[in-house]
Write a protein that binds this ligand. Structure first.
Ligand code: AGP
Length: 614
């Protein structure tokens, strides 16, 4: 949600900024803008709609050549996505250009105060107040950093701010509270951005800023302070992936590329975490093993796809550790006064590490003194920073808004955590762990087998492209797979899709079934007789009412075939691991349907990749 870039250096600032915005398009936005300083004045272009509109504007009226610029992609919260509401915003005195990500909660009071002082607002945004405040602050404060600190002291809510002052060329100042911001350090140039993707083409050296810090960059310096003016403790790190990871590499969509990257992402997530003797070594688990041994409850908190990964993890964690495990939607968690104590391990799952609902849930859990373990894909993001321990999924950058490799690696990381808990609590013998670990290690190859057969799913999508509605059913871990299959279809195809626990159908949803309705059914492996047979019965129930059944069943499952209009065969894996192979055809199906229906798969309407507001 909202992408921010600032640049100081020898290159064309407008080019670097627009390219940076392009690389952050995946975050979701509905207007864009860029401002540069040249010839002693600020020049600005901003446009509602996609970046292409801004680029057309720039082509019609180019910005002057400049060594300093900033830009923004805006996901509207306060005020419609119009040209005027797009960022950057200028201060009343014309000195400051500023961009903002987040929500300034006290903007109405600030606007009232500034208007009483004669400041005239031109937009409906909360952000404009920050531009005027900084315009006022630089008039009386010679230090840009101190002026920005003063502004931050006036703001309530979540914000990343990036700004420059016309009177202090060659400097860009930025601030962060509850919203992402990283610094890129190049040779004689520097960047600030919401995401390293925006500057990965120029440098791999990044600096992670902490909460409530301000930073000033020039072409050859980076100075960071806390909001209260002390030197800030920051974390320099090297970005582990390169530009090609942030490009489509011949695929039509990032989502499709990311579907195909799942075997590697899964293998990378396992890498180095399993010792030669089969025991688990999770070096990142900075939580005292005694705390893990004493835990009497696990609560998993997450949103969307990450929540579905948590629902699957619950089965494994309870099965392996016998510790009760609850799974909660992060936006609901803190508002229901959950029972969380020092002996509750709170596990948060987030691909981006910036989801505001999940971040707030962490803070609530930590206030109750619960140890928090983050499962996250984004190095140095807010969620792992605010957790007691982190287990990184190593999926590489996930750019498609619809999470794919994020999901499968989250399941794997949760399983590692569950096994680790079992190991530390002495609940599993070494050879049991070794056997499970061997099954986990076989998964990347099994995922490859599924990927190799996706052409059939493409054919199926062509047959079903006009279906107005699609249902997904499953039991046990197949139930969250059904929920995730439906979510994928909804978010990128805009089709009505629902996932149900197969056993619940007869309690209401079966009334939706009418002739021709496509229903995907996830059939458990045959080893789990009861569950397997129950799902087969559920398939018969819907088929006898005219549903068109698409059955995902393991190879050789002859019992499922008679009730299937289409069979998607899956490799033979244990029940707990089936989601990791079963979800792939469903992801691909959604991608195909969206493509066939002419939708933008990577940037679906109304959605943002990283949801940084509550
Ligand atoms: C996934 O396809 C969705 N776009 C969305 O549900 C996402 O999983 C959710 O917003 C959580 O994001 P996070 O993993 O970055 O916290």
């Amino acid at each position: 949600m909202c992408g921010i870039v600032g640049y100081v250096g020898p290159r064309s600032a407008a080019t670097v900024v627009v390219e940076g915005l392009r690389r952050m398009e995946y975050r979701g936005y509905d207007s864009a803008g860029v401002a540069v300083v040249a010839d002693g004045r600020i020049s600005l272009r901003k446009k509602a709609g996609k970046l292409a509109n801004l680029e057309a504007e720039l082509a019609a009226e180019a910005l002057p050549d400049s060594r300093q610029g900033l830009g923004h992609t805006r996901w509207a919260t306060h005020g419609a996505p119009t040209d005027v509401n797009a960022h950057p915003h200028l201060s009343y005195n014309g000195r400051v250009a500023l961009v903002h990500n987040g929500i300034i909660e006290n903007h109405a009071a600030l606007r009232e105060e500034l208007e009483a002082d004669g400041v005239r607002f031109v937009s409906e945004t909360d952000s404009e107040a920050a531009a005027h405040l900084l315009g006022r602050a630089v008039e009386r404060n010679p230090s840009l950093l101190d002026a920005m600190r003063e502004v931050c002291g006036r703001l309530q809510g979540a914000f990343t701010l990036v700004a420059f002052d016309l009177a202090q060329p060659g400097r860009i100042v930025a601030a962060r509270r509850n919203s992402p911001l990283v610094v890129g350090v190049g040779q004689g140039e520097a960047f600030v951005a919401s995401d390293v993707a925006s500057f990965i083409g120029y440098t791999k050296e990044a600096i992670e800023l902490g909460q409530d810090q301000v930073v000033e960059i020039t072409a050859d310096s980076v100075t960071a302070l806390t909001f209260t003016g002390e030197p800030a403790v920051v974390r320099p790190y090297a970005i582990a992936w390169d530009l090609s990871a942030a490009e489509k590499g011949g695929y039509d969509w990032f989502m499709r590329k990311e579907i195909y990257e799942q075997p590697k992402a899964a293998a990378d997530t396992l890498l180095g975490r399993i010792g030669p003797d089969g025991t688990l070594c999770l070096d990142e688990m900075r939580i005292d093993p005694a705390v893990l041994r004493l835990a009497d409850k696990v609560i998993i908190v997450a949103c969307g796809t990450a929540y579905h990964a948590g629902l699957i993890a619950k089965y494994a964690i309870e099965h392996w550790t016998r510790i009760p495990c609850e799974v909660e939607i992060a936006s609901e968690f803190r508002y229901r006064d959950p029972i969380v104590t020092r002996t509750t391990i709170v596990v948060t799952i987030s691909q981006s590490g910036e989801t505001a609902d999940t971040l707030m849930a962490i803070r609530h859990a930590r206030e109750q003194q619960a140890p928090v373990v983050a499962i996250c894909n984004t190095n140095g993001s807010s969620i792992p920073r605010e957790s007691d321990a982190v287990l990184y999924t190593r999926a590489g950058p996930e750019i498609g808004v619809a999470s794919t490799k994020g999901f499968t690696t989250q399941i794997i990381a949760c399983y590692l955590l569950g096994l680790y808990l079992a190991q530390e609590r002495g609940l599993k013998y070494g050879d049991e762990i070794r056997q499970i670990v061997a099954e986990l290690s076989a998964l990347p190859a099994q995922m490859e087998q599924v990927l190799a057969k996706l052409a059939e799913v493409g054919d199926l999508a062509r047959e079903l492209a006009d279906a107005p509605s699609v249902l997904f059913i499953g039991r046990h871990v197949g139930y969250p797979v059904a929920l995730e299959g439906a979510l994928k279809l909804k978010e990128i195809s805009y089709l009505h899709a629902e996932g149900f626990a197969a056993g619940e159908l007869k309690h209401g949803p079966i009334a939706l079934v009418e002739p021709g309705l496509p229903i995907f059914a996830v059939v458990p492996p045959q080893g789990r007789d009861q569950l397997h047979d129950k799902v087969i019965s559920n398939i018969q129930e819907v088929r006898s009412r005219g549903a068109r059944t698409i059955v995902l069943a393991e190879e050789g499952d002859v019992e499922a075939v008679p009730y299937a209009d289409h069979v998607i065969s899956l490799p033979v894996v244990s029940t707990l691991f089936q989601p990791l192979v079963a979800i792939i055809p469903l992801q691909f199906f959604a991608c195909e349907i969206a493509t066939l229906n002419g939708h933008d798969v990577d940037q679906p309407r109304n959605l943002a990749k990283s949801v940084t507001v509550e």
